[in-house]
Design a protein around this ligand. Structure first.
Ligand code: SAM
Ligand code: SF4
Length: 394
């Protein structure tokens, strides 16, 4: 592969690499991921060949940060896992100054994979734990138990990782606040450097949502979910974690710079089946089926499935929607200057309504959620999405 030309990265896009394979397809998950047989090695080699082509064609300069996600990047067995990392490293020039995260699922982490990741220049790992409770893991269709989480953490620590993040899901049907506290405490016992805590969402088209529609699953009471959200923030603050985004808490490892850049509406190049990209108002999603994505790249065609260009006002609305998730909020003057849209005028009605409801406040130039608005970040933010405004007006 071609040599990397080092250039300053401050204004370079980020890179997202999508590995679409999983051991099982979890019932709640709407990511572009597929449960496949682990011995289908021809399919994996074809995937890696196509990934090489896309990386070579689309990564034109070293990215400011890298995130290898999925699916399950650690699903690939050791030699293919190593090849995947070396493909990324050869275009991205991974080094200590570039935040490089890999997602890992406990059941497929080995000590060798942890070491390979470290040697390739990965410096941050996000482990999908979700819960430590046997019944909760069963409900979520997870392929691991609590012991596998401890082994994965140990493997990454022993390989030299000092920035480990754990993903947890709360607000499961029937879950008590006490049960969620126990999960959180067990996660803290593993001394993570960062935590992501997501309320279970019922994404359309998932098995979980079908079960809910059939009445087999009853979502948790909204009041209990709010209490869990507030408990999470209170416990984690007390334990020295800084909530820098509604679901993300920085410990010793600091915030995830890759994700924070995304919430600041930064540009990113996404490679792999179904990966999304955004560059200065051009937004595209790759073809989602692995086969279709491979075929396009092998034929020398762009693997794009859908693309659109966004108007300035649409981008401004999205910048507010994304930025409101951050604890610091969103700098309105900076958006106006960057996009040439007077946001205070363009969204005057939306601002007035959110202020009236007590859900947002101004801190200098920054619009941010109040404590009352924070549990409803998505609902408050989506008021600024222009298509929603058009629907309300029609
Ligand atoms: C890209 S996903 C999956 C990463 C990895 N394959 C795993 O399962 O651990 C990243 C995180 O999003 C969260 N997530 C995915 N779907 C969710 C849902 N429907 N509701 C809440 N959190 C979800 C999970 O915490 C998950 O670890
Ligand atoms: S949650 Fe993770 S492991 Fe489960 S199907 Fe989605 S990407 Fe795969």
């Amino acid at each position: 592969m071609r040599a990397v030309v080092p250039i300053p990265r401050a204004d370079a896009p980020s890179l997202y690499v999508h590995v679409p394979y999983c051991v099982v397809k979890c019932g709640y998950c709407d990511f572009n991921s597929f449960a496949v047989r682990p011995d289908d090695v021809e399919a994996f080699d074809r995937f890696l060949g196509a990934l090489e082509l896309e990386l070579e064609r689309r990564v034109r300069r070293p990215p400011r940060s890298v995130f290898v996600g999925g699916g399950t990047p650690t699903f690939l067995e050791e030699s293919r896992f190593e090849r995947m990392l070396s493909l990324v490293s050869s275009v991205a020039g991974l080094g200590p100054d570039v935040e490089t995260t890999i997602e890992a699922n406990p059941e497929s982490v080995t000590r060798t994979k942890a070491r390979l990741a470290r040697d390739a220049g990965v410096n941050r790992v996000s482990i999908g734990v979700q819960s430590f409770d046997r019944d909760a893991l069963l409900f979520l269709d997870r392929a691991h138990d609590a012991a596998a989480v401890s082994r994965a953490v140990e493997a990454f620590r022993d390989a030299g990782f000092d920035n480990l993040s754990l993903d947890l899901i709360y607000a499961l049907p029937g879950q008590s606040v006490a049960a969620w506290r126990r999960d959180l405490e067990q996660a803290l016992e593993l001394e993570p450097d960062h935590l992501s805590c997501y309320a279970l969402t019922y994404e359309s088209g998932t098995r979980l949502t079908h079960r809910m529609r059939r009445g087999e699953v009853t979502p948790i009471d909204a009041e209990v979910e709010r209490e869990m959200f507030e408990t999470t923030h209170a416990i984690l603050r007390e334990r020295g974690f800084e909530p820098y985004e509604v679901s993300n808490f920085a410990g010793r490892g600091g915030p995830c710079r890759h994700n924070d850049y995304y919430w600041l509406q930064g540009d990113y190049v996404g490679v792999g089946p179904g990966a999304a990209s955004h560059e200065s108002g051009w937004r595209a999603t790759n073809l989602k089926p692995v086969e279709a994505w491979c075929l396009a790249l092998e034929a020398g065609l762009p693997p794009t499935g859908e693309a659109e260009t966004l108007t300035r006002v649409l981008r401004a609305g999205e910048a507010i929607w994304l930025g409101l998730r951050r604890m610091d909020g969103v700098d309105l003057d900076a958006i106006s200057a960057r996009l040439g849209v007077e946001v205070r005028e363009a969204f005057a009605d939306e601002f007035a309504e959110a202020f009236d409801r007590g859900q947002v406040e101004l801190a200098g130039r920054n619009l941010r959620l109040t404590d009352a608005g924070r549990p409803y970040a998505d609902a408050v933010g989506s008021e600024f999405l222009v298509p929603n405004r058009a629907i309300r007006a029609s």
